[in-house]
Design a protein around this ligand. Structure first.
Ligand code: SD4
Length: 327
């Protein structure tokens, strides 16, 4: 009797040809587990470079937590990404304030909010998780902690973002919806070859928000939730709506009750629509991603502008348009 091959040649060919020139992969047999769809990384929007960074860790049998942190750092460091980290659009006073959180399969979690002058809040959040008895630090306290832990303080307002803010000031009109061209907040979920699941979420928040406003992204249960026995969920869009329904936690609990990741995302979006009414919900970009510990994924949004990036042994950094309630 011949043993069933654990790894298909098809996976190998697809992965190596699609990834040529992007990354140097280890032999596929070192990490692919097609029967369990592991490893897998999924992130909000077109975040292929973030998935690349995460995949580099996952493909060498690395830890999902390291993968999501390294993935999240990519848009944080990219000045062209105006929704995250360096280059993020400021609040209405012209100040860039950042929010982030991270969570592992054992429900260890860390979060920072309303942080100014540090490019990588996701790594500060991880340090909060690993080095303090707390889950969340905000504002000056988070900045003091960052400084004490060797994070470099720098100016995050790029010339482009400053100009965009000055243009915005002419009308100073804050619309409670998110312009599709303007968001790339990253929520990133990963399942490693050993079945450990983790997530990270990082943002500069809604452009031109009130000074001091914090959205869903650093709130455990709203912008991100992970349960090592069930799966994980993350969110992007108008954070007030995710907070209102504790969106990411809701999705994980729905999966615990037997919904697929897709069904759970759809139910969470429907809850937002029910609470806000169709007329208002049509203006609100709210999107969820979910991943269960078997490697099944789900994605759903209110409006039809949401995309996500998926990387598995069979799908290398493909950007997929999500299903949505409003077409
Ligand atoms: C927030 N959810 O601060 C974030 C914004 C976002 O893409 O997702 N932007 O509400």
């Amino acid at each position: 009797m011949t043993a069933k091959p654990r790894h298909s040649r098809r996976s190998f060919i697809k992965l190596s040809s699609l990834s040529a020139g992007l990354l140097s992969f280890q032999p596929i047999s070192a990490f692919v587990d097609p029967e369990n769809k592991k490893p897998v990384v999924i992130s909000t929007w077109n975040n292929s470079r973030a998935n690349d960074a995460a995949w580099e860790i996952l493909q060498s049998n690395g830890y999902a937590l390291d993968a999501v942190e390294q993935g999240a750092r990519i848009p944080e460091g990219n000045p062209k990404d105006t929704s995250v980290g360096y280059g993020g659009l400021p609040d209405r006073e012209g100040i860039v304030t950042l929010d982030a959180c991270i969570m592992d399969e054992k429900s260890n979690c860390g979060s920072v909010a309303f942080v100014q002058g540090y490019k990588h809040p996701i790594s500060i959040a991880r340090a909060v998780m690993e080095k303090t008895p707390h889950v969340m630090l905000v504002g000056k306290g988070a900045e003091q902690f960052a400084q004490a832990n060797g994070f470099k303080k720098e100016n995050l307002l790029t010339k482009e973002s400053e100009k965009a803010w000055k243009d915005w000031l002419k009308k100073s009109e804050y619309k409670p919806y998110h312009d599709p061209g303007q968001h790339d907040t990253i929520g990133i979920l990963a399942l490693d070859i050993n079945g450990r699941i983790s997530g990270a979420c990082t943002t500069s928040g809604m452009a031109y928000k009130m000074h001091g406003r914090v959205g869903d992204s650093p709130i455990i249960g709203a912008g991100l939730y992970v349960d090592g026995e069930i799966g994980a969920a993350t969110a992007t869009g108008v954070g007030e709506e995710m907070i209102r329904i504790a969106g990411s936690h809701t999705i994980v609990e729905l999966m615990r009750q037997g919904r697929t990741p897709q069904q759970a995302c759809e139910e969470a979006v429907m809850r937002v629509i029910k609470k806000r009414g169709e007329t208002m919900a049509k203006e609100l970009n709210v999107a969820f991603l979910a991943l269960d510990i078997q490697g099944n994924i789900g994605a759903y949004s209110t409006t039809d502008t949401f995309e996500y990036t998926l990387t598995t042994p069979d799908h290398n950094h493909i950007v997929i348009r999500s299903a949505s309630y409003f077409k």
